[in-house]
Write a protein that binds this ligand. Structure first.
Ligand code: ZN
Length: 281
């Protein structure tokens, strides 16, 4: 199943057609995409039995953020070996978790508003939770996942590395610094949800090219480790970390400028496309 927000309404997407969820479910499920994740088991059960007819063709540009109001947003620093190496950081023994504040989350084709000349790209697999998770054993962790989506963990590097100590959450939470989408895809739609090719290009130039098979802590391990400490909620997001190829680790360093177009792609899920614009005050 592929869940989207189409013109702000929850929809099931199937190829180039979409079904308005509130309409096809006869009101069993509402129009607000945020409400689905708290009823994910009921939605899966209903969808398994539903006979969806023809559907309606839709425009990609009408797709909005599929999880517009995540209760909590977890994110991972240094979760790919090759990114650890390029940043000259030792691979961690436990996941390095920070938060992106939920107001930074935006849609798959939303602009990235630049109020800084130090914004950098980070393509990431994003996990969406479909059940509460609290002290979940690793072998049960995937049962708590609603689906997977594509994300960009846009990062303000000057703020991030301000002395005396690197701090991530604010530097990665500027408005529009967390575009996700275009859809939330259930794991059963993917050949191997633990080995997905992901890439990022800027103005058509390939910058990042990796596989989630190279995550230091994979999806199940992350849910087990985070839920060992924090109560996780349906609709929560986990930005799982980024592979090598970010702008601040290149020589010469490269940062985003107005007019740049960032395309982020994950095999089996789709592509998000975000144009950089000068921030409005
Ligand atoms: Zn990141």
């Amino acid at each position: 199943m592929r869940i989207a927000s189409l013109k702000g309404r929850a929809a099931i997407v199937d190829g180039d057609v979409a079904h308005d969820l509130a309409v096809v479910s006869g009101g069993e499920f509402g129009a607000d995409p945020s409400d689905l994740y708290g009823r994910w088991d009921a939605l899966r059960e209903w969808a398994a039995a539903a006979e969806l007819g023809g559907g309606t063709p839709y425009k990609e540009a009408d797709l909005g953020c599929p999880v517009p109001r995540p209760p909590q947003v977890f994110a991972l620093a240094v979760n790919y070996q090759d990114h650890a190496a390029e940043a000259s950081i030792e691979a961690p023994e436990h996941p390095l978790v920070f938060t992106k504040f939920p107001t930074s989350i935006s849609g798959p084709f939303a602009p990235i508003e630049l109020s800084t000349n130090r914004a950098d790209w980070e393509v990431e697999l994003v996990v969406v939770l479909g059940r509460p998770a609290w002290q979940v054993p690793v072998e049960e962790a995937w049962d708590h996942v609603a689906g997977l989506t594509v994300g960009q963990d846009i990062s303000e590097r000057r703020m991030q590395f301000r002395k005396p100590f690197p701090h991530l959450s604010v530097a990665k939470s500027l408005p529009g610094f967390g575009p996700i989408g275009p859809v939330v895809v259930t794991a059963d739609e993917l050949d191997d949800p633990d080995a997905l090719h992901l890439s990022c290009s800027v103005n058509g130039e390939l910058m990042q090219d990796g596989s989630t098979a190279d995550l230091i802590f994979g999806v199940a391990a992350l849910i087990a480790e985070i839920s060992a400490a924090v109560k996780m909620l349906p609709g929560d997001l986990i930005f799982t970390g980024t592979p090598a190829g970010t702008g601040s680790t290149r020589d010469p360093r490269r940062y985003l400028e107005p007019g740049d177009v960032v395309e982020s792609r994950i095999e089996g899920i789709g592509t998000i496309r975000n144009e950089c614009v000068e921030a409005k005050r």
